[in-house]
Design a protein around this ligand. Structure first.
Ligand code: IPD
Length: 264
């Protein structure tokens, strides 16, 4: 099996090059295409950045598989699959905001073993290797200590389609009065890194994809958070929840009966 640290080094190289390209292109950016709704946009830089990242990864390891947000799936034979989100936080990116990141994760036989979230405008690089802890700019980070739900700062995110959003707003109407406050940062990858560094206590969202959370989920878990779906499921599209043990269960038990993992 490949050494996870070597996979991390390659992920870092790809994410840094991709992040630098995307950061250079942020000013004057224009929308190229839309996906699930008119506000679910793809910019020219999403595509160019993913292409560059794919080139770096496959240039070094040509028989790996890749699943990318924009370029879709490419098969491989090595047992390694890369999960790539070239710009997570595309709406922030489009509006000239800083909260976006490049997410690159390496899976070996279906398990993420290394991940990078590179946030170039914020000057932050989050990394983790399975079993090796989480780091920000090379320094170890850890999630905030357990707290009660009413004292928790909770991040969440919303999908792009109206039906899902209506449901997410209903769930939020019950969650908001029960917590310290809510944050909507606009990047699932950075939400998970915020859990990892303790700048929020928890994060939950319905409807995210493996390229959004592949790297961030490992980083949050390596920082001490529990990252899972509802009812003990692995993180999935239905719902992704990240918080330190203790708080995780409280938020889980609030969200589960609300049907937060459905579109209603
Ligand atoms: C989106 C962001 C957002 C989250 C959405 C994602 P994108 O990814 O992570 O915070 O709420 O669910 O789709 O479109 O910016 O790559």
């Amino acid at each position: 099996n490949p050494d996870p640290r070597e996979l991390l080094d390659l992920a870092l190289e790809a994410a840094r090059k991709g992040g630098a390209l995307a950061a250079r292109g942020q000013e004057g950016i224009s929308v190229l295409d839309t996906k699930s709704s008119p506000t679910d946009v793809v910019t020219e830089m999403d595509r160019a950045t993913e292409e560059l990242i794919r080139g770096v990864l496959l240039g070094a390891r040509p028989s790996d598989a890749i699943l990318g947000e924009e370029g879709g799936a490419a098969r491989g034979s090595s047992g390694v699959r890369w999960l790539v989100d070239p710009i997570d936080g595309t709406v922030n990116y489009l509006y000239g905001r800083a909260e976006w990141g490049v997410s690159v994760a390496a899976e070996v036989d279906g398990v993420v073993v290394a991940g990078v979230v590179e946030a170039p405008v914020r000057g932050r690089t989050y990394t983790a290797v399975r079993g090796g802890g989480a780091r920000r700019n090379g320094e170890p980070i850890s999630a905030a200590p357990p707290t009660t739900l009413d004292m928790a700062l909770v991040a969440t995110g919303f999908g792009y389609e109206a039906r899902r959003r209506r449901r997410q707003a209903e769930v939020l109407a019950t969650v908001l009065p029960r917590v310290r406050d809510i944050r909507r940062l606009g990047s699932a990858a950075l939400d998970l890194c915020a859990v990892a560094e303790g700048t929020v206590n928890a994060y939950y969202e319905r409807g995210t994809n493996p390229w959004d959370w592949g790297a961030g989920a490992l980083i949050a878990a390596e920082a001490g958070a529990r990252v899972a779906g509802l009812r003990g499921a692995p993180p999935n599209f239905d719902l992704l929840l990240a918080a330190v043990p203790g708080l995780f269960e409280q938020l889980h038990d609030l969200l589960e009966p609300l049907g937060a993992d459905t579109d209603g």
